[in-house]
Design a binder for this molecule. Sequence first.
Ligand SMILES: [Zn+2]
Length: 413
Amino acid sequence: MLLHIGIDDTDSAKHGMCTTYVGAVLSRKLAKVGEVEEAKLVRLNPNIKYKTRGNAAVALALRTKKVAEAKRITRRVVEELACFDDNNTNPGVVFYEGEPPEDFSRFYRRALHEVVGIDQAESLLRERGAEYVKYKLGRGIVGALAAIGAELSRATYEYIAYRARERWGTPRNLDTASVLAMDALTFPLTFNNYDYAERRVLIAPHTPCPVLFGIRGTSAQVVQEAAELVLPGEDIALSMVYKTNQGTDAHLQEVSRIAEVRPFSSVILAGEVASAPRVIQGGHVFFELCDEHGEQITCAAYEPTKGFRNVVRALIPGDRVRVYGGVDESRTINLEKLEVLRLKRERLANPRCTRCGRRMESAGKGRGYRCKRCRTVAKEKVVEELERNIQEKLYSVPPIAMRHLAKPLVLCI
Ligand SMILES: [Zn+2]
């Protein structure tokens, strides 16, 4: 019998913990009653603000003859490890025996693109006769169900090393040189290990959670081998390799017009830059994008996207672009990637005076242009070539600002 176990919302940004750790501990314990055939780490809609963290759920597929025992172990592990004192933590566990139905996959896709309620998860689980456990509000059944339903046709892998309990909350001492050496040897089969522009190690979190470091890559073998190159500075108490939807752009959906852009979704949308980018206090950059129906939407590159903002600031009205990003409640697109499709290369301008070089002024409607000082005249505007310092290509926010689900440029080819 194949038993699917989904778990979500056991973690707490404040107190630490991490649902992937619960999954790792559980898969160790379940090894006594069967064989874990698949372990999935699934990121869901990144635009939902219940949590400031990554919105991750896990699902294990266990080949077992001891289903009741496996369920008992699961409950015990979740009850032992979940952060029940955090008001914002509402764990949920889902069990499903046999091949998950197609509507579980549909539910997964909805949980990536929409805001899905606990009641919606619950009614589908009842309809399909699945067993589930809600702790407190039980919001976790949403992610638990979605994680079971996730068919990861496009997937990456993450190796995660966990710390001994007595180390939780203390500073991590990874050897940076070993991370750089690992990156040099394994990139692009692993990715987002280090941000070279910001000089920051990205494989270790800065939260009190049990994760020591995590390495993302294109196969289970690669991430495991890469992990052996890292000098962790302390003992690794437990490790786990998950198959995941991270780095796949699974959250993005192409929309053909701005009117279809819904709050809390993540979109790919082509259009024309309609306003000169403006920088506001705090260093955030905004511009308006319009489509051929004349509709407009605001696109944003916030301060944490660092050097990416220079690309956005270099846009001018008339450039044709394709934007990729999450949509907030006021329908602003938070840019993750930007593809410059066609740069505006020339513009019409008032002619320059042949004598003094100053720009001429209009001499009145239909009466051409003139230089007031030299009295020179010209009939028409002239075409001027624009100097552009960006290229027609795909740009991304830097690794340090990349969302879990965002596909790195190196995998976009
Ligand atoms: Zn002049």
